[in-house]
Design a protein around this ligand. Structure first.
Ligand SMILES: [Ca+2]
Ligand SMILES: [Ca+2]
Ligand SMILES: [Ca+2]
Length: 493
């Protein structure tokens, strides 16, 4: 009760007058001396070292007639001794304007603006319109936006930004002769920016170290020696230039991550000749040589994808093991970083696993696996099988099955958010007869889990990426069986 602190003690001269108005009692403050109604803020915030960034104040005020004075405050916080105003709550007549953003300068300070289009209420702070209330965006429908013809089939797209340059997309193209394309977002579409020589590129990964921008490509072509290449962005030439080569074996994916300010890369080595049970390699950035060095090797079986994620203070890596030479029904392994290296945390049974997607909803942690195909020919189709979403159980401290979702040779999951809504989109690539399939967008419905809400026609869908620009929110998919990748626009209301 702030007022009780400001009021005079018994025996002191009352600066206020008790009044009764329709059954409620209050204090009339008119004519009160301001200094008599103040007290040190430290008296009320006894558990805080500093004045809190957020607090709420409840006041009931009755004003018989409106006299708006610019220098009168209902409540103010002033600096100790100097008395300069830090914070003030002033009563002023509200003028709500509608339509396009009205001007907001000192003259409009305290005015409200109702934006009917964005369904938001804003207040002018003397400089800009600040949000008071705003309706969160919701996904309405998905429309075709751009047909992106690439030089050859595209296994992966990686969307990233370069500060002061803009948004880029790296396409991992199959053909070694034409190489892979780097595209830049110009005039609201992706346009070819640079071509990079690659050897049956399967994936790109973007990462930064000390403000330096890198791209690493997974080259899968079997040649001796097999090399994957790291490129770095040259700000003068405004091009990616070759930086370091690393020996890989049928490389299908790179993951980049940081642990305690150290930068790492891990490669998914799929196979060497016909052997799928080989090592995948973790590299660590050497701050002195400015090069990546082998840090740890992990046994994998037809490794297809790596995903790094963090839960509280714990760091994890999970590998998608596709095939051990005999069967696709094998386990994929979640590793945890302990004592300076990755150690097995959990083995999860998977069926031709091609992708892991880690995501968080509120305080819950999930992992979704894309299962691509059964080897045995029992059942209707070895491609139409369940992919599974797992949830990290705080009770058992393991990932436990949360939801099975029927997919058709699933090769990628992508998690994305619009407003408060959470989505997963799956890349369905093949059902045994056709590559022309719907890929499905699922929305998080709380206890119901993920529920299908949109079907997107795709052809040989290989990878989904979500990205946002000033113009809105987009999805792009790449095709492993056609030269056409497609950008979709997510229309919201
Ligand atoms: Ca991708
Ligand atoms: Ca990955
Ligand atoms: Ca993914």
């Amino acid at each position: 009760d702030l007022l009780s602190r400001a009021l005079p003690r018994p025996g002191q001269a009352p600066p206020t007058k008790m009044v009764q108005s329709r059954g409620s009692r209050g204090l009339r403050l008119a004519g009160a001396v301001t200094t008599a109604l103040s007290f040190p803020a430290s008296q009320i915030f006894t558990n805080c070292d500093y004045f809190p960034a957020e607090f709420s104040l409840v006041a009931t005020i009755k004003i018989p007639r409106l006299r708006w004075k610019k220098n009168e405050y209902i409540f103010s916080v002033v600096e100790d001794r100097s008395e300069s105003l830090l914070l003030g709550l002033r009563f002023s007549p509200v003028q709500v304007t509608l339509g396009n953003p009205p001007p907001c300068s000192r003259a409009e300070q305290g005015q409200l603006w109702f934006n009917a289009q964005r369904k938001g209420l804003f207040i002018c702070d003397g400089l800009t319109w600040r949000t008071l209330l705003q309706n969160k965006e919701r996904l309405d429908y998905i429309e075709n936006y751009q047909d992106l013809y690439t030089s050859s089939e595209t296994f992966d797209v990686e969307v990233f930004s370069i500060p002061c340059e803009g948004l880029f997309l790296a396409a991992a193209n199959r053909d070694s002769v034409s190489g892979s394309g780097i595209y830049k977002w110009r005039n609201e579409t992706f346009q070819l920016y640079q071509n990079i020589s690659t050897q049956e590129a399967r994936a790109w990964k973007h990462f930064t170290i000390d403000d330096k921008i890198f791209l690493v490509v997974a080259n899968s072509r079997e040649a001796e020696p097999e090399l994957s290449v790291i490129y770095s962005w040259n700000p003068q030439w405004r091009r990616f230039l070759r930086y370091q080569t690393l020996e890989t074996h049928g490389a299908l994916d790179w993951e980049a991550f940081q642990i305690h300010n150290h930068s790492f890369l891990v490669v998914a080595n799929h196979r060497r000749d016909s052997n799928h049970n080989i090592h995948s390699v973790i590299y660590r950035w050497n701050q002195d040589t400015k090069m990546f060095e082998v840090n740890q090797t992990l046994s994998t079986s037809g490794a297809y994808d790596w995903e790094f994620f963090t839960v509280g203070p714990y760091h994890f890596l999970v590998v998608a093991n596709t095939f051990d030479g005999q069967t696709t029904s094998i386990s994929s392994t979640v590793y945890i970083w302990l004592d300076g290296r990755f150690q097995t945390f959990q083995n999860i049974p998977t069926v031709g696993a091609t992708d892991w997607e880690a995501f968080q909803i509120g305080d819950r942690f999930f992992l979704a696996v894309a299962n691509s195909q059964r080897v045995s020919d029992r059942g209707p189709s070895p491609y139409s099988i369940n992919s599974t979403v797992y949830e990290l159980s705080t009770l058992t401290q393991t990932f436990i099955r949360f939801q099975d979702i029927l997919t058709h040779s699933a090769v990628d999951w992508e998690f994305f958010t619009i407003g408060d809504e959470k989505f997963l989109v799956v890349a369905n690539s093949y059902d045994g007869t056709s590559y022309s399939l719907n890929s499905v967008v699922y929305r998080w419905q709380g206890y119901e889990g993920f529920v299908p809400v949109h079907s997107l026609p795709t052809f040989g869908c290989r990878d989904w990426e979500h990205f946002s620009t000033d113009e809105g929110s987009f999805l792009i998919y790449s095709s492993a069986t056609s030269r056409l990748s497609k950008v979709f626009r997510l229309k919201t209301y």
